[in-house]
Write a protein that binds this ligand. Sequence first.
Ligand code: MRU
Length: 358
Amino acid sequence: MEKIENIRLNENGDALILLDQTRLPGEIRYLVIESREQLFEAITKLRVRGAPAIGIAAAYGYYLCALRDKDQEDFFRRMDDAERYLASARPTAVNLTWALARMRAALKRNALKPRDEIVALLKEEATAIHREDIEANKRISEYGMSVLSPGMGVLTHCNAGPLATSRYGTALGPILLAHEQGVELHVFADETRPLLQGARLTAFELKNAGVDVTLICDNMAGEVMKEGKVQAVFVGCDRAARNGDAANKIGTSSLAVLAKYYGVPFYMLMPLSTVDMNTASGRDIKIEQRDPEEVTALIFRERMAPDGVKVYNPAFDVVEHELITAIITEEGVITEPFEENFTKAFERKKERTEKTDA
Ligand code: MRU
């Protein structure tokens, strides 16, 4: 699978190069990120977006903060500040806080080493987070393929493709892998209002790969299901609670209800880094509220809503676990009871990683 490199360090390892996803599909433009403020801006403005991608970017950002900190005094306090600051960029995708917590743990483990060694180890940790996401996405793609069959219609929402991750993608991974192996599917991509990640990014990625993709407006999903054109829904996830409730782009939960009504299996695909065992249920997931301008003006040439109109703009919603047919992770296809089966999946991952490391 060909991949535009969306996140990487520059050759000197002292800046982060990010593909600006807000410019797609019209323009491939890379940003050079040198400060935590630039990274914060890139995450909040969705220049880098998708749960795994923001986690990876934040991990590199944390390393850059350490690299660029030349003061001996109060280094650990400043790193804690940097972690809090970056973590506050977006609240819903757990991968952001998960990756930063992993970076902090690496810092604390090596706290007594000389500064340049600490910095080198942080670079290694960020690179490991990136590499492990590639591996997880590859495995998710393989497991995801097991529920697909040739000629199926698959509906997806938002963008959970290579751009949203490190490579391959979660929801789009199995579709791209199937295509690579000559298995053709028909994909319906919801445009995904208000920011059109489906139209701008999913349609772009699938079309470039040669996958048969049809773009639809969000309010057409029910109709294509009713017409029998969809045999599976594949979406990504920003945070799954331990009971299996799972938050994803706004509109996902109504898709799950539609899928239930029309008898279409509903799959959520995610790495285990998106499963938050510290969150009991969907009620405990903080949903990001975004700028009203995204709804009233951002994608239009002219403003399309009256000045001062009240706007509600939640970026995500939660799918109740009863509506999820299965959650597909790098440790296999997980079904109810989710808490028990997540725990087993984390154990399998631990065993597998220990074996690989040995
Ligand atoms: O607001 P976004 O574009 O970051 O929302 C992204 C999604 O909802 C994705 O489906 C999710 O992060 C999974 S990406 C593999």
